[in-house]
Design a protein around this ligand. Sequence first.
Ligand code: EPZ
Length: 418
Amino acid sequence: MASLIVTGGYPLSGTLRLSGAKNAALPILAASLLGEHSTLADCPHILDVSNMLDILSAIGVKSRWNGEELSLDATGAHSCVMPQKLSKELRSSIFMLGPLLARFGCAVCTYPGGCEIGHRPIDLHLRGLSMLGVQIREEYGQIVCDGQNMHAAEIHLDYPSVGATENIMMAAVRLKGETVIHNAAREPEIEDLQRYLCLLGYEVSGAGDSTISIHGRDLWKTDVYHAIMPDRIVAGTLLCAAAITGGELTLTNARPQHLSAILSKLREAGCLAICSRNRIFLSAPEKLGEIKLIETLPYPGFPTDMQAQFFALCTLCDGTCVIVENVFENRFKHGAELLRMGAAFTQRDRTIVIRGVPALSGTTVTAHDLRGGAALVLAGLAAKGKTRVLQAQFIDRGYDSLEGMLQSLGAHIQREED
Ligand code: EPZ
């Protein structure tokens, strides 16, 4: 168990280079099964990545770190059965179904548990795969997929699910003919997966839009090099850290176009944000102004993964802010913790009405999920006195030393391992 202890009241200032995106790295790691030797630059050293590497290792994929460059050798992959314990712990293990089916014609995994933010069904994944001809048996908590008779198909997703879109893309790359995904998710991480699949020699197009086309290929490149796109949610989190402390921040290796919704809300709160091709500069006012409404939506709408961080920000805004969480059904657990720090808000189902308060006060709070934990650290950066964030290992799932990044910007934050 780990805790982060934050002493509030220090405006952040400085420059940070963004590392690779967790939500691009995880599907790309799964897709490495569809090639042989892959080198991934800017792969983030985070818990979810190491858990995914453990799953890959259990089925015969070798990996080796060289700084932030990760080398993968999938030539020795020998099994389509994922280790039960690991695949249950890591929600993203579900991304393995597609590549395992494409490579071996079979896949067996444990039903991924729900997590802290919702019960996280996988019906869209399974329906999409069954439309590709996969026979699926769900028994004893296991999902057993038989892909011996897979075929290309035209699939319409009822909801633009990120994971389901990625799973179907990966499952279809070796299927003769054209597979089309309608109402596909449009997140930038899906474009990054498409770039990687095309580097491997597959024919995938349309990612970033609602219709993705895959023309099956049975040939692939043996050696590829791919630089993973920068993490837009880490970028948004750090920008919120500068904003909530009245500081300033320059991010390099950034893709401003991926943060349009986030930057729009920070500007609405009175921040100055100047962007160039791969840099973002933000300078925050002493007191943040009102953000009237934040509604989380699939990309390019406001990202649900930034909801908690803006919740923390809005508790100190000069006015009343409304947040509606449309994507996950249980993603406000950080609210109860922020109440303990003096925040003022009411909740009705998925809608929160936040009345800004002059100040928060430090106390002991508990992280219940990855982004909620990051939000509590942000609140601690601005609160009077000390804030201890318990269960900080949740934060490590998606941030490679959030405390290290913030310390380099002048924050007073330490980690304690229990
Ligand atoms: C991805 O999760 C991200 N994770 C999440 O990031 C992110 O919040 C989410 O997309 C939305 O942007 C990774 O990429 C590893 P979805 P995913 O399928 O694929 C429902 C973070 O903090 N749904 O787009 O699981 C689902 O319950 C994490 O970095 C079904 O009903 O998201 C949810 O309400 C959290 N059936 C909505 O769709 C399905 O089969 C969006 O889920 C699948 C999803």
